[in-house]
Ligand binder design. Structure first.
Ligand SMILES: [Zn+2]
Length: 73
């Protein structure tokens, strides 16, 4: 029974879970709950997109500024 362990997130909980995901938490159950919430909550979907876009930009930046392994030898 998935429904018993996947209680709906409230909007304020969603932002906390997003922060955890961005901090590096990769709990699949958390991911599922976040996805379920944003699927039916447009304001949180927009928030999640903005946060994730920021993270993607940061990751892209870290790749850009980090020298390739070959440069370290
Ligand atoms: Zn929400």
């Amino acid at each position: 029974m998935l429904s018993g362990t996947l209680a709906p997130l409230r909007c304020d909980e969603l932002s906390e879970r997003l922060s955890e995901l961005i901090d590096g938490e990769r709990d699949p159950a958390v991911l599922v709950r976040v996805r379920l919430h944003v699927a039916r909550c447009p304001p949180c979907a927009r928030l999640a997109l903005e946060l994730l876009a920021t993270v993607e930009a940061m990751h892209g930046l870290s790749r850009l500024v980090r020298p390739p392994p070959s440069a370290l030898h």
